[in-house]
Write a protein that binds this ligand. Structure first.
Ligand SMILES: CC(=O)SCCNC(=O)CCNC(=O)[C@H](O)C(C)(C)COP(=O)(O)OP(=O)(O)OC[C@H]1O[C@@H](n2cnc3c(N)ncnc32)[C@H](O)[C@@H]1OP(=O)(O)O
Ligand SMILES: O=C([O-])CC(=O)C(=O)O
Length: 375
């Protein structure tokens, strides 16, 4: 059999974490069997993180315990604060996050343990500390005083509090919580696959999450949302969307936030939720980001037949939450770390080394010439 470049449509692992299917012409996304729309409407990110890690929805007391546990793990060791302080202020916040994850590994005496209990501990630590790393690095680079984690606020509200230095409104809190839920997992996307490849060698969880954060940053994956925002700023007015799209397509360039490896000709169910959220926030904040986005969506569909992916409406959601453009990928990572760690644990617990083959297409059997004889 020939090579399947990009592993397109190759089923490369068994997993019981998220299910993507096309049923009756519509895309369905479930986490551990629960539909994303139900989770979006009725749960919180903490509930979803618990579901992804433990496989079942928590009881009320399980959730209280888990949420408290996460709160207690939020603060960063002074060494990590020192590291963030010493990074260059022009370091991309995703590079800062990746570096901090690696550094956290140096402080874990049980770094190489891959057993269930220790892995859950590491996962909870990473989920709890990701927002603090992102908010602290942002405030440090802006020359602002750190805002320490709150003991009262939930995961999403606490992040906005640490970032902006003031408690968010209920609408902002709910919006970011919903965004985290929608980004929490997505089967074998590139960053999760990278994490699983690392896990399949029994590398430590920090190494796996470093692989995932390093992969998410790429513009064909999580990096697209930041580029979407650059596009929204460049387009600036809904009436300019059509021309922008036509010019891009004529040059053979990709429009960021459109197209998807799995959702082909069907709308990503997360986009439906994010579009609703983007519309609501733009109205509430009185911005034009939603209008511009919708005009671009229509033009791209008209001229290329492509649908928006999860990164597209995320951009205007984040802009309306007052999040700087270069933190967009980090916001994705804060949501996705629960999925990454759940996949790493699943890989450890049913491990087979991931090592596919390549179809060799270079020259073969060439005669070796010693250096002195080469021209
Ligand atoms: C969280 C996430 O990772 S979601 C994805 C985020 N990434 C982006 O938004 C970046 C823009 N999108 C893309 O580059 C692609 O759609 C990907 C990488 C997401 C998926 O790529 P693939 O599954 O490999 O699709 P592929 O690259 O083969 O594209 C199929 C066709 O659609 C075109 N196409 C796909 N996406 C786009 C786009 N965003 N803009 C313009 N054309 C596109 C391709 O040029 C190709 O056209 P052709 O058949 O005329 O050559
Ligand atoms: O699944 C993918 O290929 C990309 C994606 O939408 C995600 O990671 O959320």
């Amino acid at each position: 059999m020939g090579a399947v470049n990009g592993l397109k449509d190759v089923v490369a692992a068994e997993s019981s974490i998220s299910r993507i299917a096309i049923e009756d012409g519509k895309a369905v996304l479930e986490y551990r069997g629960y539909n994303i729309h139900d989770l979006a409407r009725h749960s919180t990110y903490e509930e979803v993180a618990y579901l992804l890690l433990f496989g079942e929805l928590p009881s009320k007391s399980d959730l209280e315990y888990f949420s408290e546990d996460l709160k207690e793990r939020r603060e960063l060791p002074p060494q990590i604060v020192g590291l963030l302080t010493n990074l260059s202020p022009f370091c991309h916040p995703m590079v800062a996050l990746r570096t901090a994850v690696s550094f956290l590994g140096t402080m874990d005496k049980h770094i190489s343990f891959t057993g269930h209990e220790k892995s859950i501990e590491k996962a909870k630590n990473l989920i709890a500390k990701f927002p603090t790393i992102v908010a602290y690095f942002h405030r440090i680079r802006m020359g602002e005083k750190l805002v320490h984690p709150s003991e009262d606020l939930g995961h999403a509200a606490n992040f906005l509090y640490m970032l902006h230095g003031e408690e968010p409104t209920k609408t902002m809190e709910k919006a970011l919580d919903l965004d985290f839920i929608l980004h929490a997992d997505h089967e074998l996307n590139a960053s999760t696959f990278a994490a699983r490849v690392a896990a399949s060698t029994l590398a430590d969880m920090y190494a796996c999450v470093v692989a995932a954060t390093g992969t998410l940053i790429g513009p064909l994956h999580g990096g697209a949302a930041q580029r979407v925002m650059e596009m929204l700023r460049e387009v600036a007015l809904p009436k300019r969307a059509e021309r922008y799209v036509l010019e891009k397509l004529a040059k053979g360039e990709r429009i960021m936030g459109f197209g998807h490896r799995v959702y082909r000709n069907v709308i990503d169910p997360r986009t439906v939720e994010l579009k609703r959220l983007a519309r609501m926030l733009s109205k509430e904040k009185g911005t034009r980001w939603f209008e511009i986005s919708e005009a671009i969506e229509k033009a791209v569909y008209r001229h290329k037949g492509l649908l928006p992916n999860v990164d597209f409406y995320s951009a205007s959601v984040y802009a309306n939450l007052g999040i700087p453009d270069d933190l967009f990928i980090n916001i994705f990572a804060i949501g996705r770390v629960s999925g990454w760690t759940a996949h790493i644990i699943e890989q450890y617990e049913n491990n087979v080394l991931i090592r596919p083959r390549a179809e060799y297409i270079g020259p073969a059997g060439k005669k070796f010439l010693p250096l002195s004889e080469r021209e």
